[in-house]
Design a protein around this ligand. Sequence first.
Ligand code: NAD
Length: 352
Amino acid sequence: MKVMVTGGAGFIGSALCRHLVNDLGHHVVNVDKMTYAATEGSTAMLRGSTLYRFHRLDICDRDAMQKLMTAEDIDGVIHLAAESHVDRSIDGPGAFIETNVIGTFSLLQASRSYHDNLPASRKEKFRFHHVSTDEVFGELPLDDGLFTEDTAYAPSSPYSASKAASDHLALAWYKTYGLPIVLSNCSNNYGPYHFPEKLIPLMIINGLEGKQLPVYGKGANVRDWLHVEDHARALAMVFTRGRLGQSYNIGGRNERTNLAVVEAIADLLDQEVPLKSGSRRCLITFVGDRPGHDLRYAIDASKIEGELGWRAKYTFETGLKDTISWYMRNQDWWQPLRAARYAGERLGKASS
Ligand code: NAD
């Protein structure tokens, strides 16, 4: 199978490209605009493979995307390209509307034309998998409820609103034009190659450097964490076996307050590389809350577990240890990103 992955040089897209090529032996055509969030290192190990090709393109360029689909003769699209950082969406929502809404619209139109022109046998097998987030559902109360596939959309931030809009477009293209769509909504991811402005990598890196660990509000907001490799396996399953026109919630049943996450990182780092000055918990500082900060996200993953047999392999404890160890071994990946853009004081994100 030849799969076009959009946004494959980003955090989750690169994990998906690695999984599709290395574990499943699929051909991958990675299309990425290479924004600030993309890194070459995350797919460097695939470059020599005959199963992998990269194209630097903007998904908003509909003609170029359609030509590429035809030239590469693809069997389907897994669409991850997006602006993805909530804090950035608050500072500048325009890019989120451009890529997440208009870009998804352009890609759906390109895919529709490509799909219309496929021979009947290929047409039946073609799929467009739209990758989304649990943030489209808004927030849950602290002590009750889970997001199911039937939960009503109620996005809070420009990021989640733009993702919600793109989800509606994808499902409308299924209902109106018969484009074979599957959709997934996943909880917060963490793991290798996570850009160092996001909560978990920022806290690991700040902790390694003995810098302050800034937490929004009182750190009481709850997120449901999933290791990125578990997400990549889920995406491959939904893409190949998910029912058309359906959405699948993906989550690891790993709810933690942001404060608990930061404390766990501080404690694990203390065990690995103790600081002379004492426990890293002393580095935790509370800063003014993010506007529209959702209280709690939590996923009911029974549908994907029951229908497709997917289960998360990592617990939060094993996944966090693995991630900390990866950041300690791969300073040559994150040091230049950190040096180029951040002095350590920008707050990490608390949601996907
Ligand atoms: P990311 O920011 O790390 O990567 C996004 C990638 O998309 C980057 O490589 C970027 O260069 C590329 N891109 C951006 N605009 C583009 C454009 N116009 N054309 C082509 N490429 C473009 O994001 P991520 O965390 O890997 O998230 C990937 C997808 O998964 C997003 O759609 C996001 O909404 C969704 N998601 C993320 C999480 C999470 O916790 N990170 C959770 C659930 C869902």
